[in-house]
Structures are given as structure tokens and as C-alpha cells.
Write a protein that binds this ligand. Structure first.
Ligand SMILES: Cc1cc2nc3c(=O)[nH]c(=O)nc-3n(C[C@H](O)[C@H](O)[C@H](O)COP(=O)(O)OP(=O)(O)OC[C@H]3O[C@@H](n4cnc5c(N)ncnc54)[C@H](O)[C@@H]3O)c2cc1C
Length: 263
């Protein structure tokens, strides 16, 4: 079985999110990292391999992004992927979620995976949508918010987190599964794996290499139009109640809530 894991390079969580007003795109300058949600997808692939219920021949990390995105691939490989695929092309810049999903699906077609795993959301765009878009293009079943993944009788047996509890769903291969962050605790890469990551096979492909229709990607191929951006209104400072005497503190909190008819 071949598993492809979608991984994305995102601005580090400590960097304040800003929109570049002139382009309408997120300002992605500054410190970057592998999207933390994607480490759960890599870990899920590793646990499938180690679980032994199915023979996992290859785990391939796949990204679409500028040159710098190679660092996300190195991190993915240090966490266990065997090799990686980097789709990078000027024509892809400015792609919205539909165009990004289409481009990733074209790159995945080249790999013919049995299973595509991805994170529930990116830490920057937070669209929660790529899995569904990719699955639609690949004509594969898709499930989101998966928090348990097992193999049963040659198919996937998945638990999906929902507002009302859990759905248990059986899905045949090939499939596109977006995992929730409750699915596992990602491992830390060993020093040896970090050092060796740059030596693992990495394939660079352009849009034309994977047969992407240029009219469906980039700013011109995207239907989302960004309007004006405004910073959220500053919130008034809150009230801090110092806990000098707990009975007194509780009374103050109850009085505060009562005043606002919250209790
Ligand atoms: C008008 C417009 C212009 C944009 N221009 C740019 C741009 O120039 N450059 C840019 O980087 N972004 C750009 N974006 C943002 C880009 O469209 C989103 O990053 C993309 O749509 C994916 O959305 P998301 O990251 O929120 O995905 P989500 O659906 O939240 O992500 C879910 C999962 O999908 C996978 N995933 C998402 N994106 C990738 C990727 N690129 N490669 C591999 N796996 C991925 C990850 O596993 C992730 O955990 C633009 C968006 C708009 C609306």
C-alpha cells in the first residue's frame, strides 16, 4: 500500500497573522514551520505501517508551495515519510482553496496512492476544505475529523468526531482521510532522522509535469475575490479580580456575573 500525506508549510504559530493589503493574500514572510495538524497525519501513516494490519510499502509526503516549502517536506521525512514530492510553480501562486485542491489532486494522480492522509486544517488558511476538494477530483471517498483509524477486512474502519458524538464508518481504499488532532500524539523526530532527512529522495515537479490546466490555478484561475481587510476592533480591557481572600473573590465574581444577568 502506498500512503501519500499532504503537508503544508505555514507561518510559525508565534508569528502574528497579517494580510498583505495590496495583494489580499496572507503575509507569509518570517519564521515558518510544518503545519502542526499535518504531524498527526504523518503519525497516523506511521502507526498504520507499524500496526502491521496492512503492508505499507511507502509513505510519501506531498506539498504544493514555494521553494521554502521544502523544509516542511524535510520535517515530514524526519517524522517517518520515505520520500517526498514538491509541486512548485510560479503559476500556482495566488490559488484559492478550489485551485489548491485541484493542483494537489493532479500531483497525487501521478502517485496513484491507496490512501491520502491530511490534517484537519492548516494553521494559516484554516479552510478545513482541502480533503474534500482533493477527494472530489480523485473520485475517492472522503471523511473528515477522523479520530480513530483501523484496518478491518481490507478496508478502513474509522471513527469520526461529530457534534453529537462519534460516527463509525467503513471506507474502502483508495480514500482521502483528513484526521483530527485528537487521533494521536505525534512523535518527535530523532536527531539521526533530522540529520538524514535531506538525503531522502525528493522529487520536484512543475504544474505542467503533472498536467495542471493553467486556467484553473493561480490568481486568474481562482474564483475567490478578496475585498477590503480591516483589523478587528480592539477589545476593552477586562477586569482583574485579585484572589486575596477566596470567599471575597467568589462574592465579587458572582456579583459581576449577576450584574450582567449571566446567572
Ligand atoms: C484569493 C486567494 C489567494 C491565495 N493566494 C495564496 C498564495 O499565493 N500562496 C499560498 O500559499 N496560499 C494562498 N492562498 C491560500 C490558499 O488558497 C490556501 O492555503 C489553500 O486554499 C488551502 O487552504 P487551507 O490551507 O486553509 O487548507 P485546509 O483545508 O485548512 O487544510 C487542510 C489540510 O490540507 C493540506 N494542505 C493544505 N494546503 C496544502 C498545500 N499547499 N500543500 C499540501 N497540503 C496542503 C494540509 O494537510 C492541511 O492540514 C490564497 C487564498 C485565496 C483565497
Amino acid at each position: 500500500m502506498k500512503i501519500c500525506v499532504l503537508v503544508k508549510e505555514v507561518p510559525d504559530a508565534a508569528v502574528e497573522k497579517r494580510i498583505n493589503a495590496s495583494t489580499g493574500r496572507m503575509d507569509r514572510s518570517g519564521e515558518k514551520n510544518l503545519n502542526p495538524y499535518d504531524t498527526h497525519a504523518i503519525e497516523a501513516a506511521m502507526q498504520l505501517r507499524e500496526g502491521g494490519a496492512v503492508e505499507v510499502d511507502e509513505i510519501v509526503a506531498v506539498t504544493m508551495g514555494p521553494e521554502s516549502a521544502v523544509r516542511a517536506l524535510h520535517k515530514a521525512v524526519s517524522l517517518g515519510a520515505d520520500r517526498s514530492l514538491h509541486l512548485s510553480d510560479e503559476s500556482l501562486a495566488g490559488s484559492d482553496v478550489a485551485a489548491t485542491g485541484y493542483a494537489l489532486a493532479k500531483a497525487l494522480e501521478k502517485e496513484s496512492p491507496d490512501l491520502v492522509l491530511l490534517g484537519q486544517q492548516s494553521d494559516d488558511g484554516e479552510c478545513y476544505t482541502i480533503g474534500a476538494v482533493v477527494a472530489d477530483h480523485l473520485k475517492m471517498p472522503s471523511l473528515t475529523q477522523v479520530i480513530k483509524l483501523d484496518i478491518e477486512e481490507g478496508a478502513l474502519r474509522l471513527e469520526r468526531q461529530a457534534e453529537y458524538g462519534y460516527d463509525t464508518v467503513k471506507v474502502r481504499f483508495p480514500a482521502v482521510i483528513s484526521v483530527g488532532d485528537a487521533i494521536n500524539e505525534p512523535r518527535y523526530p530523532s536527531l539521526k532522522a533530522i540529520m538524514g532527512a535531506k538525503k531522502k529522495p525528493l522529487e520536484n515537479v512543475t504544474a505542467s509535469d503533472v498536467g495542471i490546466d493553467a486556467s484553473l490555478v493561480g490568481a486568474d484561475g481562482s474564483r475567490v475575490q478578496c475585498g477590503e481587510f480591516h483589523a478587528p476592533a480592539a477589545k476593552a480591557a477586562g477586569q482583574i479580580i485579585e484572589d486575596e481572600d477566596t470567599n471575597d473573590t467568589v462574592e465579587k465574581i458572582v456579583a459581576w456575573l449577576d450584574e450582567r444577568k449571566l446567572i
